[in-house]
Structure formats: structure tokens, C-alpha cells
Write a protein that binds this ligand. Structure first.
Ligand code: C2E
Ligand code: MG
Ligand code: MG
Length: 753
């Protein structure tokens, strides 16, 4: 199309004018099969005969004349109504009334809307000449007395009138055409789906060519180019063929035109009109419409304009479809995402009987990603998706809900723990390596009174968490009880917020002691929540809630500031060697204000940064190591030191541990408790003898190897104390030495110790 227009110098309008001045043949719309219709209106029968006689055998611009006759103005109106394509009317002015002819012109123009029709007035009486205004207002071509109309004069007058009729008609057609193009681009530009766009395309294109919609649109086949093009919209007798491959289209010429158009990626105007719309991806579409007649140069120009503006609309449609695709599809796994899944659940909820929704979570996926890299992680996801598809079959809809969690929805006969677990019994192959994947799943049965999709996903999530707590690789069904628990947690969160706002939270401090001397070397700040009735809510219960709700950021800052001020107070009281440990959870760590808030607390309390230690758990580092390492580096620059809390319960690799650059490792108290009951480990540990205390010993050795100090948490008995000392652990924390205590008790305890 562009090459076609490139050699035209002027703007479009010029080209149109050229076309109009081109004398080759009149428009096909003008009259039946290439004649000019001339209406003679006169109450004098002789005039009819004389006129016809005078013009017999004459052709104007290559077309013969066809005469229509009316003996009165009333009759003329009837004829005109029946014949929409009269080119010229030769009118007598005086008929039923002295101005019947003039009235007739008015009716033709104003009531019948015949604006292209040319009018030549004839009168026997020169005295009845109409006003100049009338001639102008009613667009009368010519005014002659009958005596003036000799054969030659009549011919010239008629020729002029017909020419002007043809031009007006062409202009009208152009305007209509352009109007269609403009309205089509506004209309189609707003279409959101390829399907709707294509349907509109067929309709608009038919309107432009003035034919009934008898066409179809094809899209090139997806992706590989080997597939057949598919029919995406069709009208008229082709409408049965929507979504069928093009090759099924009967009628070879149409099929060939479409195929050629798609292959050559350009419009083909023979036979019929087949327009090509290109797409940036290369998968353009071709729209075919039967023109029903030969195309004029004018039509071709209009089609060009049409195709150009529709291409823009087409690109918009594609862009929009792509956005929709991003919004509703997982790009890695090419399957519905959470948004789409929620919609699919909604559809299924109309007939919920027997359906089950399951969330299927890949076990230890974070560790896979972390140790083998994201590329392998992606492939594990793909392998898992494939496994699920194979195991569950076609009746099940599947989606990726984010990370390593899939959602599946289908009949209980397929979506159940047995099928899900069995699906992952055979190993999968990833990059040539055989890997065992296991999944944990949470299921919920759909029912008539089920909540909407997003709530059901939450329910399934609760069940999933329950299953994870029980054992990885297991499944559990959602029960009302879990929902109640969830609601209870919501209540708890609300009252936590209230407690925080009303300053009913406070910080307790637990001493850390040197193993040898049992004298305090530091304190750990631990949040406390006392209810009105004096009972305490344990941090293990409310900290996770605070983490998930984001409240932990404010609570964390509160603890940090209190701890810093408290330590300064103790320093001033003479305990200048004490350090302060403060727990930091992941949500705090990823908060952009975290680093500034630490700096502010130190500054406001005037605390030496070296006296502050932040405790993070291994899980903080598991997800986004790069980011975590950045924050840690910034903290080190501040002068703050770092401890890894609850060490041994997470999954972090040795490599990660080393990269964290922590100063201290805190052995989780579960490993300390293992030291109980057993005889105190022999001073010279034998690593090949597994047994109680093995992990504690390994951690101590590990810490030593990495040059880190080891802190034992939860030391409750002398046995544990002795065992840890023997292992070479330097610092202890536990009820044996001191329980966490309110700030006001600290000086007393320190004085006694
Ligand atoms: P954690 O950081 O590992 O804190 C040590 C926990 O062990 C404390 O529990 C402490 O009271 C308990 N503990 C100390 N010695 C013994 C002992 O001899 N035996 C037993 N059985 N337990 C002992 P607590 O105060 O209940 O805190 C639990 C967890 O809540 C903490 O574990 C920490 O992860 C979190 N937490 C507490 N305060 C905060 C806070 O201010 N911010 C954040 N982010 N987390 C906090
Ligand atoms: Mg801690
Ligand atoms: Mg701990």
C-alpha cells in the first residue's frame, strides 16, 4: 500500500480531484447498467415527444440516455420516489399551477433529498422566469425558454448537467466513504478483542463498498507459521466457519485470495477485496469482502485510506490483547494466573457440585532456586506444571498463583490428595538431571454457599499451611475450624494494633552471659504484650501477624529505639561493656526506611553503633540474597554488628552463611535441649559418633571455622551449660542465667550477678 502511494506527489484530496476529472466512465452507482436517466416533466404531450426525438441516439460521456415521463408535478414526484438515480430533470415551470415546476424542485430537494439530481427549467412564457435567488437556493442548473432549446442547445445543456451530476455523485460517494472510514476507526479503535475487531472490519468494509456483508477475516496461525491460518470472524454465508482453519473454506478463489494476501503480506484486490493488516509480530490478518462489482479507481483510493487507518486500530487491538494477556496469563508457564483463576472459579461456582479447588505448592522451592539457580528453578516449575497437566487431564483448569504455587480446579475424582501425590512419585528430569519433586497441597471443596474465588483461594491457603506444618509432601482439606482460626487471628491483629497505639506493648531484656564467668556481656530486647487481664500473648503468636500486616515495621522501630535508649542508660550506670541485640524480621529488613531508622535510633540515643547487634533469621536471606547482602553491607558500614538467629532451623547453605558476614551464630534452643539427659560430651568430640548434641557440636565447629562467636539459646540446665562449655561455646542465654525482665529490674539483676 505504501509503495503505491509513494509516487503520488500531492495530498489525498488532489488525487481525488484528479480522479473526478478523469473522464473514463461514470460511477457504477449512476443508473441501471450504465445509462443516464432523464426525467421529462411537462403537461404538454408534444414537448415529451419533441425532446425525446431531439435527443434520440445520443450518448453522453459514453452512456445512452433513458427517458422517464411525467405529465404533472404530482406524477413527477411519484416517478422520482421510485427512481433514486435520475440524473437530470427537464422541468416545465407552469403546469397544475403557475409555479408547479418550482414547487416540484423544492420537493425534490428538501423532501426527497435529491441533491445530486440536476434540474433544467423550461418555460413557454418568458415572463415566468424565477428569481435569481430561487435558482441559487434550489440549485437549478439552467433556465431556458422552450424556444431556446434547439437540439444543439438541449444537448449542450444536458451534457453540462450530466457532467455536473456525475461529479456531485462522486463527491458524495467519497464523502460517504470517508465518513465510513472515520466512523470505522473510532468504532474499531475502541474494540478490545481481536474477534470483535475482525467482525467490525468485515461490516465496515462491506459498508464502504456498498455491499451486504459477505466476507470473512483470517488471522495467520499462531507462532510457528506451520499451522494453517484460522478464520477468526466471518459473516453471511461464511459465518459457520468461525474458528475453523482456512483450508476448510469452500470456494477456491476466496481461499486463494486470503492465502495469497497473508503470504505476500499485502492487499489483493482481485477477485473481491482482500485487505492485509500487518502486525508488529508478523502475524497480520487478512480481511476479504466480495465487492460484487468491478472496483473503480475511487474505490481503490478509499480502500487505501481505509486500510491505513484500520491498521492503526488493529495495532491498538493487538496491544490491548497483549495487555490482557499479561494481566491474565503467567508468562513463564503460559497458563492462567491468579486473576484469571479467580474468574474461572467464579464460573465454576455456578455449578459447584463435586468440584474441588487445590493449591499445590512445590516443597523447598526456595532452596532449589537458591542452590541451583533461577534457570533451573524455572525449569522445575515447568516440569511440575507438565506433571500436573498430565496427571489431572483435561477436566481440570490450572493456574499459577505466584512463586511455586499452582491452583487447580476440577472434579474431586481427579483433584484429590492421592492423585496429586502420585503425580510426583516418578522423578522429573531437569537439564538432564533426575530430580525428585514433592508437593504439599491444601484443598477446599466447592459448595453452593461457597465464598467468591479469592476467598476460596485464601481457604485453600490455610489448608496448605496446615499441611506444611504437619509434614511436607502431605495434603489437607480446609475446614471451618481453620476459617475460625483465621478470623481469630484477624481479631488478634486488631487488638495488637490497639495495644500498640495505646502503648500496652513494652520491651523486656534477657541477659547474655559469658559461659566461663556467667557475667553479662549483652542483652536481647524482646517484645512483650500484656493484656488487660494480666495474661501475656507470646511473641511467637503475634509477631507473625504483625509481620504479615506490616505492623512489625512500627513495632520493630519501637523496640529498637527503646533498646538503644535503655542500653545508653546502662552504659551510664557503669555497665559500659554491654551490647544490645535486637530482632529484625524480614518485613522490617525490606522496608526502605529501615536503614535510616536504625541510624536515627543510634543518633537520637547517642549510642555507639558497635554496641548494637541486629539478629536476623536465615529465612531473611533465603529469598533475595542480593538485596539482603546490600542492606547488610550498609549496616556494617554504620558499624552495627549482626547475628544469625535460630541457626540450624533454616535451609541456608554454607555459602550463603559465609556471605552474610555475621559476627555471631545463635544455636536454636531445640538443639540445646538435645544436650540434656546425655552424658556430658567428651571434651574431645568424636565427629563420627552421631548422637545427642551432634548438631550443637557441628554448629560450634562451623562457627569456629568461619571465625564467628557462638551463642547458645535457651540454656536451662547445668548439664546443658557444661556440655556447651565443653564444646567451646562462648556465650549463653537462657533461664538458667536469667529470664527476660522489664527494664526497671535490669540494674538490680546486674548488681546481684
Ligand atoms: P528469639 O529471638 O530466638 O528469642 C529467644 C526466645 O527464647 C525468647 O522468646 C526468649 O524468651 C526465649 N528463651 C530464652 N531463654 C529461654 C530458655 O531457657 N528456655 C526457653 N524455653 N525459652 C527461652 P520470646 O520472648 O517468646 O520470643 C520469641 C521469638 O519472638 C523470638 O525468638 C523472636 O524471634 C521473636 N521476637 C521477640 N521479640 C521480638 C522483636 O522485638 N522483634 C522481632 N522481630 N521479633 C521478636
Ligand atoms: Mg533473637
Ligand atoms: Mg532464637
Amino acid at each position: 500500500m505504501s509503495s503505491h502511494s509513494a509516487d503520488r506527489s500531492g495530498p489525498d484530496t488532489e488525487a481525488f480531484v484528479e480522479l473526478l476529472e478523469d473522464d473514463a466512465g461514470g460511477p457504477a452507482h449512476a443508473g441501471g447498467l450504465g445509462v443516464w436517466k432523464v426525467l421529462i416533466v411537462d403537461d404538454d404531450e408534444d414537448v415529451h415527444r419533441a425532446t425525446e426525438l431531439a435527443l434520440r441516439g445520443i450518448a453522453i460521456e459514453g452512456r445512452p440516455l433513458e427517458f422517464l415521463h411525467a405529465r404533472s408535478a404530482a406524477q413527477a414526484i411519484e416517478v422520482a420516489r421510485a427512481q433514486p438515480d435520475i440524473a437530470v430533470a427537464l422541468l416545465d415551470v407552469v403546469m397544475e399551477s403557475p409555479d408547479a415546476g418550482l414547487r416540484l424542485v423544492r420537493t425534490l430537494r428538501d423532501e426527497l433529498g435529491r441533491h445530486a439530481l440536476r434540474v433544467v427549467l423550461r418555460t413557454g412564457q418568458p415572463g415566468y422566469a424565477p428569481e435569481i435567488d430561487t435558482i441559487r437556493n434550489y440549485d437549478i442548473n439552467d433556465y431556458k425558454t422552450k424556444s431556446e432549446l434547439t437540439r444543439v442547445r438541449l444537448y449542450t445543456s444536458l451534457t453540462a448537467a450530466i457532467r455536473s451530476y456525475r461529479q456531485i455523485l462522486a463527491l458524495e460517494q467519497t464523502r460517504n466513504g470517508l465518513e465510513i472510514v472515520v466512523s470505522a476507526s473510532t468504532h474499531l479503535g475502541r474494540q478490545r478483542g481481536l474477534q470483535r475487531f475482525s467482525e467490525g472490519l468485515v461490516t465496515q468494509l462491506s459498508a464502504l463498498l456498498g455491499v451486504t456483508p459477505e466476507g470473512l477475516v483470517c488471522a495467520q496461525a499462531p507462532d510457528n507459521g506451520e499451522d494453517d491460518p484460522v478464520i477468526i470472524a466471518a459473516a453471511g454465508r461464511y459465518s459457520e466457519l468461525i474458528h475453523r482453519p482456512l483450508r476448510e473454506l469452500p470456494g477456491t478463489p476466496v481461499r486463494e485470495a486470503l492465502t495469497r494476501c497473508l503470504q505476500q503480506q499485502r492487499s489483493v484486490l482481485e477477485p473481491g477485496v482482500c485487505l492485509y493488516f500487518s502486525a508488529p509480530s508478523g502475524r497480520g490478518i487478512a480481511a476479504y469482502v466480495e465487492a460484487g462489482r468491478e472496483l473503480e479507481a475511487l474505490d481503490e483510493r478509499l480502500l487505501e485510506v481505509f486500510a491505513a487507518s484500520m491498521s492503526v486500530a488493529f495495532e491498538n487491538v493487538l496491544l490491548y490483547s497483549q495487555l490482557v494477556d499479561y494481566a491474565y496469563h503467567d508468562q513463564l508457564l503460559r497458563m492462567p494466573n491468579r486473576n484469571r483463576f479467580i474468574e474461572l472459579i467464579g464460573e465454576r461456582l455456578r455449578q459447584p457440585e463435586g468440584a474441588v479447588l487445590a493449591l499445590v505448592d512445590i516443597d523447598d522451592f526456595a532452596a532449589i532456586n537458591d542452590t541451583l539457580g533461577h534457570q533451573v528453578g524455572d525449569q522445575v516449575l515447568q516440569a511440575a506444571a507438565q506433571r500436573l497437566t498430565e496427571a489431572l487431564g483435561e477436566q481440570v483448569v490450572m493456574a499459577r498463583l505466584g512463586g511455586d504455587t499452582f491452583g487447580v480446579l476440577g472434579p474431586e475424582s481427579v483433584v484429590n490428595p492421592q492423585v496429586l501425590e502420585r503425580a510426583f512419585v516418578p522423578v522429573v528430569e531437569v537439564q538432564g538431571e533426575r530430580m525428585r519433586i514433592s508437593v504439599t497441597s491444601g484443598l477446599v471443596r466447592l459448595a453452593a454457599d461457597s465464598p467468591p474465588g479469592f476467598e476460596l483461594i485464601k481457604d485453600a491457603h490455610l489448608a496448605l499451611k496446615q499441611a506444611k506444618q504437619h509434614r511436607r509432601g502431605s495434603s489437607s482439606y480446609f475446614s471451618e475450624r481453620m476459617g475460625v482460626d483465621a478470623r481469630e487471628r484477624m481479631r488478634l491483629l486488631r487488638s495488637l494494633r490497639g495495644a500498640f497505639d495505646e502503648r500496652r506493648l513494652y520491651v523486656a531484656y534477657q541477659p547474655l552471659v559469658a559461659m566461663e564467668t556467667r557475667t553479662a556481656v549483652g542483652l536481647e530486647a524482646l517484645i512483650r504484650w500484656r493484656l488487660d487481664d494480666g495474661r501475656f500473648v507470646p511473641p511467637d503468636r503475634f509477631i507473625p501477624l504483625a509481620e504479615r500486616s506490616g505492623l512489625i515495621v512500627s513495632i520493630g522501630e519501637f523496640v529498637l529505639r527503646n533498646a538503644c535508649f535503655e542500653l545508653v542508660r546502662l552504659h551510664h550506670a557503669g555497665y559500659s561493656e554491654l551490647r544490645m541485640s535486637v530482632n529484625v524480621s524480614k518485613a522490617q529488613f525490606t522496608d526502605p526506611d529501615f536503614l535510616p531508622s536504625v541510624a536515627r535510633a543510634l543518633q537520637d540515643a547517642r549510642l555507639d553503633p558497635r554496641a548494637l547487634e541486629l539478629e536476623i533469621t536465615e529465612s531473611v536471606a533465603v529469598e533475595d540474597l542480593e538485596f539482603v547482602l546490600g542492606v547488610l553491607a550498609d549496616l556494617r558500614r554504620l558499624g552495627v554488628s549482626l547475628a544469625v538467629d535460630d541457626f540450624g532451623t533454616g535451609y541456608s547453605s554454607l555459602g550463603v552463611l559465609r556471605q552474610l558476614g555475621a559476627h555471631r551464630l545463635k544455636i536454636d534452643r531445640s538443639f540445646i535441649h538435645e544436650l540434656d539427659g546425655a552424658a556430658a560430651p567428651v571434651p574431645d568430640p568424636q565427629p563420627d559418633v552421631p548422637g545427642q548434641g551432634t548438631i550443637a557440636r557441628m554448629v560450634v565447629d562451623l562457627g569456629r571455622a568461619l571465625g564467628m562467636e557462638i551463642v547458645a539459646e535457651g540454656v536451662e540446665t547445668e548439664t546443658q551449660h557444661a556440655a556447651l562449655r565443653a564444646l567451646g561455646c562462648q556465650v549463653g542465654q537462657g533461664y538458667l542465667y536469667a529470664r527476660p525482665m522489664p527494664a526497671e529490674d535490669l540494674l538490680g539483676w546486674l548488681g546481684r550477678a
